[in-house]
Ligand binder design. Structure first.
Ligand SMILES: [Zn+2]
Length: 572
């Protein structure tokens, strides 16, 4: 392996080499080309999307002796010194660690020592971390910047910046890269660096990188360093399955396995959080998920198993574990405690675990599964201890049998050819496969056919969209009412109604209409027993309050839910 990291080695040197930030590149190149560059820019966006790199390219081109069409030559003395970090024209301040008034003052003092005819570029990274005094000092110089000075303020969190500062800047937003762009880039880098790797390594790096070019390249490098062997890659689905099945032993076995392969608990937790977030997004906004497209329906199916409330609760709990790890002598214990809590939600009395239990009950009732009544972890009858061994036991569980295809379903997406998406007891206890020639159509039958074959036959995106909602009623003779989790989601489902209705119609052997039902209180016509139970209101008196100190603020929850974010103490 090269001694220089891939990220540094393939860091863009010109605007044209920046990936996925075309709008930023266009604005800056045009400004430089016409000599109308601003005096203060605000670059905002997630980490690893190229903010600082772009600031350095801007600094380079502004002082380049031979710029071409808004791009630096990268060969003149000035360009080379900026690249080496030895230029007197570029000053960088990391506001996360240098956020006092003094730090900003000493930076600003340099502003007045400018060399005539040259541009001084001041890059303030993580500028939202500046204390109030330092912010005031910065604001003062932004109000009347000397003509030869350009400020670039970079931040992952522009909302935390004072309005007065923000309003004095040109704000350019950096985006996470679309997975296809990033995949292409990773392939190109691997090829150029002479790293011979399997395509699955690119997929793994993509998933771990979460849309950040820097993180994806680091992941690629790490995977390549281990010989590109993805069998070393942690199976995060195993954890999700353990949460879904409330299987503590399986979750702990998965930790032990990952640690034995050399993964440290903190990184493992971060990866797991990111995976859970992808699962959550696969239900709520599939287009935002950073995975290759054919994996999307796998994710949606996993996500459906755990449920939205379960996913949110897992993200919150693991996010909290990450914070706790900073002070814990053994981070693995913090992870294991969270996993025990997450797989034994019958012991929690916070609203999140109540919700998760409720959601699991609802799902079990709807699917006719007896599992909700079972103890959390299976016990070995001989030893009386919890059974470990995740995957091994999973394979011994009965598999769902795909329903027999009826004549009408002989289409390119024949449901019988689709892999069974439900495994475990629910599927085997479900009613027998539908038969097109019997029984008048009703809600129960629609749900049966839907679960047994129609959902699996849909295109991944449509399937993911519809997996987040459910059929709630049936109006004879042929109208099924589908309820999305919220109106915005419903609007996205609406675009695919006819396609889904056609698939459903083919499966039941007669024409079916689907209408969106967005009023939760709407009276339902063909109430089945299952439905009556799922509609039963929760008695608020039965819910237990969490002690006030444990209630996370909105910022806490968001920080925890999104692994790219960092929790940082303010010093002021
Ligand atoms: Zn140059």
């Amino acid at each position: 392996m090269a001694t220089q990291s891939l990220y540094r080695r393939y860091r863009p040197r010109r605007f044209a080499e920046l990936k996925g930030q075309e709008h930023v590149v266009r604005a800056l190149r045009e400004a430089v080309r016409t000599g109308r560059e601003g005096q203060a820019y605000l670059f905002s966006g997630p980490r690893g999307t190229g903010k600082t790199t772009t600031a350095r390219i801007l600094a380079k081109v502004l002082n380049c002796t031979a710029p071409v069409d808004g791009e630096p030559c990268c060969e003149c003395e000035s360009c080379v010194s900026v690249e080496r970090g030895t230029s007197y024209d570029v000053h960088e301040l990391d506001a996360a660690s240098n956020n006092s008034v003094e730090d900003v003052r000493s930076l600003i003092d340099k502003v007045s020592l400018a060399t005539p005819g040259r541009h001084k570029v001041y890059i303030l990274d993580e500028v939202h971390m500046l204390g109030p005094g330092a912010s005031a000092a910065l604001l003062k110089v932004l109000e009347e910047p000397p003509p030869h000075v350009v400020f670039v303020l970079a931040t992952t969190d522009p909302q935390r910046l004072k309005d007065t500062i923000r309003s004095r800047t040109q704000h350019l937003q950096f985006h996470l890269l679309p997975s296809d762009t990033l995949a292409e880039h990773l392939r190109w880098v691997a090829d150029d660096a002479g790293i011979d790797i399997d395509p699955s390594v690119i997929d793994a790096a993509l998933e771990q990188g979460g849309g950040s070019a820097r993180d994806s390249l680091s992941a690629l490098e790490l995977l390549a360093a281990t010989g590109g062997d993805v069998s070393d890659h942690i199976d995060l689905d195993e954890f999700v399955a353990a949460f879904t099945d409330s299987d503590t032993g399986r979750a702990l076995a998965a930790v032990a396995h990952a640690v034995s392969m050399g993964h440290d608990p903190r990184t493992l937790t971060e990866h797991l959080l990111r995976h859970l977030r992808n699962l959550f997004l696969s239900l709520m906004a599939p287009e935002l998920v950073q995975v290759r497209h054919d994996r999307l329906d796998e994710l949606a199916s996993l996500a459906r198993g755990l449920g939205a409330a379960g996913l949110v609760r897992s993200m919150e709990r693991l996010g909290q574990a990450l914070v706790e790890m900073r002070f814990a002598p053994d981070p693995r214990i913090m992870l294991e405690i969270s996993l025990v809590q997450l797989t034994r939600d019958d012991s929690g009395d916070d609203t999140a675990s109540l919700l998760a239990r409720l959601e699991r009950l609802e799902r079990a009732v709807r699917d006719g599964s007896p599992r909700a009544a079972e103890p959390a972890a299976p016990v070995d009858p001989e030893t009386g201890k919890a059974v470990l061994g995740g995957r091994a036991r999973r394979s011994s569980e009965p598999k769902a049998t795909p329903p027999a295809a009826t004549k009408e379903t002989a289409s390119p997406t024949t449901p019988a050819e689709a892999p069974p998406t439900e495994n475990g007891p629910e599927a085997t206890t479900a009613a027998p496969a539908p038969n097109a020639s019997e029984a008048p159509l009703d809600l129960r039958r629609v749900i049966e056919v839907w679960d047994a074959s129609v959902r699996a036959s849909l295109k991944p995106l449509v399937r993911a969209l519809f997996s987040a909602g459910e059929f709630v009623a049936f109006d004879p003779p042929s109208t099924a009412r589908f309820r999305a989790p919220n109106p915005a989601h419903g609007a996205r489902c609406a675009a695919h109604l006819s396609e889904v209705a056609a698939a459903l119609g083919r499966a039941v052997g007669s024409e079916v209409n689907i209408v969106l039902d967005d009023a939760p209180e709407a009276p339902t016509t063909a109430a089945s027993p299952a439905e009556e139970i799922t509609e039963e209101p929760v008695d608020p008196a039965e819910l237990v309050d969490v002690p006030p100190s444990d209630v996370p603020t909105a910022v806490d929850s968001i920080t925890r839910a999104f692994p790219g974010a960092q929790v940082v103490e303010r010093t002021d």
